[in-house]
Design a protein around this ligand. Sequence first.
Ligand code: GLN
Length: 191
Amino acid sequence: MPAIGVFALQGDVREHLHTLEALGVEAFAVRRPAELARCDGLVLPGGESTTMVKLARAFELLDPLRERVRGGMPTFGTCAGMILLADRIEGGTADQETIGGLDVTVRRNAFGRQVDSFEAHLDFVGLDEPVHAVFIRAPWVEETGPEVEVLAAAEGHPVAVRQGHLLATSFHPEVDGDGRVHRIFLDLVGH
Ligand code: GLN
């Protein structure tokens, strides 16, 4: 049974743990390097990307995270987690660092203040039925590198992408118990 960690220094951890457990994998919170070392795959949840990256540095997780992601560990970022995986950010704070690995530019809080949060039904590559997507102060993908596959779009911008072992969504597939996007991630883990 693969061991799937959920980055848990800040953010929307519990819903991911529940969704993963319902799919029959061992899911656990990651707050320390030793926990990261056990992971066959990792979820970076939604939350506040600036805080998450600062805490990751303070807890000596940022460099180990970069090494594991660069080394091929399947990783799934949702919302702030997508920002953490992005190589480039628009609308970040001046010194905002990321883990990186995904050859995209993401725009933070891209959908604007009036529509801070919204829901949509989106076609998703590889899924027969649309996904109910919940967006909360979400980023979108502004630019994609040549190896990035777009899996879903909203308002003309990619909101779900894959590049090799990395998967990222602007929205929160963990909130309504629909495990299909997590299932796609577990396929990358090889489960
Ligand atoms: N706006 C947040 C950020 O920039 C992301 C919001 C979320 O994860 N729901 O980090």
